[in-house]
Design a protein around this ligand. Structure first.
Ligand code: AMP
Ligand code: MG
Length: 400
């Protein structure tokens, strides 16, 4: 059987993922969440003819037929109910955000007004109807769609929902995720380490990425390369989590026990291996009881690449987030791809004087070399080789 391409692997993952349940949250807690209902305008926006400058409100035809000297008959602040203009030769002192007083159709800003006792002098400069008035309904009409289901909620969307009068929003529940590292050689940061041992770094990288992308329910575990321990821990996590993200133990070694154990625990294999470098041994399956299992190769560059290439998009899809347009960026230097496998090249993004972005290749010393990733922004996906992709070649970009 020929190996899957990354796009085929991505499609298979999407087809096997269940959508996460919906929960209702107060507006203060929805930043970064995915909206699972439509939000419509509660009222016209603005809801009334809104005064856009501090100054005086008047009737333009009245002011234009006058000497430029208007009697001030009152003051109306934002939040006050509307007053009524007494006659075309008078005006009302007015504040930004107030409703336009009845009988008025224009606002002259305070900078253009000289106050003289009871009178406001505005000179001979003509006043245009509706100047400095934000007309009712000019932004949107009552009942129009403001936010569609599937929208990820950032600052503007949360403000829009508040403006529409929504105290709570229906959003995707956060998945319960567990990050599980495997390997006898791995030692926690902070603990004493022997020359033949390795720091347990993948779990920290994965958790950092998940948190950075707004996933908050993230547990952490470690298992030794021991069949009964792996079986016991994975069986527990399959009962208590929606998504398992493992690293290591999925290659061809004698102690790469993860695929075998997963299958005995009733996790159905969807695919093992993708035609890519790094990250070829990636394993994905779905448990008969529901949870999805991403078993990522243990080499640190492979782990992070597979996480950003497959796991993060899958989690976004499971939360019902509308697909985002793929980002494509030109290379600043040629890249040689030797193997007939899709190739992931770490890159640093650069901006020229015109704000155009390009991707500077930052090769690593193999898939074990994660120190070279410091300061990179993500990676580009290049088609299988052998081939040399020239400077200016436009490739799909994935951020960490
Ligand atoms: P494996 O996929 O288990 O054969 O691991 C491949 C390589 O990645 C080995 O050199 C492991 O020591 C290393 N590795 C596996 N898991 C981790 C981890 N959590 N942190 C750092 N390195 C790891
Ligand atoms: Mg291992």
């Amino acid at each position: 059987m020929s190996l899957l391409t990354p796009a085929q692997a991505e499609t298979l993952i999407e087809q096997h993922l269940a959508c996460l349940p919906i929960e209702s949250l107060p507006l203060t807690q929805v930043a970064g969440a995915v909206l699972r209902e439509n939000v419509y305008a509660e009222r016209d926006q603005p809801p009334f003819d809104r005064v856009a400058m501090d100054g005086i409100a008047l009737l333009s035809s009245g002011a234009n037929g006058n000497t430029g000297r208007m009697r001030v008959t009152g003051m109306q602040a934002a939040g006050d109910p509307p007053q009524t203009l007494a006659d075309p030769a008078s005006c009302i002192e007015i504040m930004t955000g107030a409703i336009l007083p009845r009988g008025c159709d224009a606002v002259v800003p305070v900078e253009q007004v000289q106050r003289n006792g009871e009178f406001a002098e505005i000179g001979r400069k003509p006043v245009t109807a509706w100047q400095n008035v934000h007309r009712r309904g000019s932004d949107c009409r009552q009942g129009s769609l403001l936010l569609a289901t599937g929208t990820r909620l950032s600052a503007p969307e949360v403000a829009i929902a508040a403006g529409a009068g929504m105290a709570r929003l229906r959003v995707s529940a956060q998945p319960m995720i567990v990050v599980i590292s495997t390997g006898n050689e791995l030692i926690e940061p902070g603990e004493t380490i022997e020359p033949h041992q390795v720091r347990r770094s993948n779990a920290y990288g994965i958790t950092a990425s998940l948190r950075q992308h707004g996933f908050t329910r993230v547990a952490d575990d470690h298992v030794r390369d021991d069949e009964s321990q792996i079986t016991e821990r994975l069986s527990f996590h399959l009962r208590t989590h929606d998504v398992l993200i493992l690293s290591g133990g999925v290659s061809m070694g004698k102690l790469d026990l993860v695929p075998k154990v997963l299958q005995t625990l009733g996790v159905n294999l969807v695919f093992h291996h993708v035609a890519q470098r790094p990250g070829k041994p990636m394993w994905f399956g779905v448990s008969q009881s529901g949870p999805a299992v991403f078993a990522l190769p243990g080499n640190p560059v492979s782990t992070l690449v597979c996480l950003s290439r497959y796991v993060l998009p899958a989690l976004r899809a499971a939360m019902g987030q509308a697909p985002v347009e793929a980002q494509r960026i030109a290379l600043t230097a040629p890249v040689e791809v030797k193997a007939p496998l899709a190739f992931y090249m770490p890159v640093k993004l650069k901006s020229d004087d015109w704000g155009r972005t390009s991707a500077e290749p930052k090769p690593t010393n193999g898939s074990g070399d994660f120190t070279s990733l410091a300061g990179t922004d993500g990676f580009v996906e290049l088609p299988p080789g052998p081939n040399t992709f020239p400077k200016g070649f436009v490739a799909r970009f994935f951020s960490w």
